[in-house]
Design a protein around this ligand. Structure first.
Ligand code: CA2
Length: 147
């Protein structure tokens, strides 16, 4: 049973810049914790980060045939711009949770609209890196129910 965690553009910079907004935990640390959280509950958890929209679309399409049963995605800036990533998620029809480190609703108006929220099973915003853990936990309980 497998969960895919996707990170959008610039999230590779986590822990190095703007800690007041995005925290001081690095992406590697976040991913390590999530892999362990999955493994402890008997799930394979794979992670992928890209700064390129098309590569994220490709990875979502790959999820259709690689056994992925649930996706956790922080589309980062693509949240507010990407019909292509939205269409890919709708196309593969794999349930997903949308995660944001910051509370996007307390920020600039252009961050208030998401191309993903109306398709998502749930949305996390403002929990910092803990939000990924909550999302994976939610994914595990959903998958455990359907197993
Ligand atoms: O709060 C989030 O997780 C966001 O998805 C992060 C995106 C932003 O465009 C969304 O509106 C909300 C930006 C990610 C940039 O990540 C950085 C990390 C460290 C230093 C600089 C940027």
């Amino acid at each position: 049973m497998s969960i895919l965690v996707l990170h959008g553009p610039n999230l590779n910079l986590l822990g190095t810049r703007e800690p007041q907004i995005y925290g001081s935990t690095t992406l590697d640390q976040i991913n390590e914790n999530l892999v362990k959280l999955g493994a402890d509950r008997g799930f394979l958890l794979q992670t992928f980060q890209s700064n390129h929209e098309g590569l994220i679309v490709d990875r979502i399409q790959q999820a259709r045939t690689d056994g992925t049963q649930f996706i956790v995605i922080n589309p980062a800036a693509f949240t507010h711009t990407s019909v292509a990533i939205r269409d890919a998620l709708a196309g593969v029809a794999i349930p997903f949770v949308e995660v944001h480190l910051s509370n996007v609703h307390r920020r600039e108006a252009f961050r208030h609209h998401s191309y993903f929220s109306d398709l998502a099973e749930a949305v996390m915003a403002g929990f910092g890196s803990a939000g990924y853990g909550y999302a994976v936990d939610f994914a595990i309980s959903r998958l455990a129910k359907t197993a």
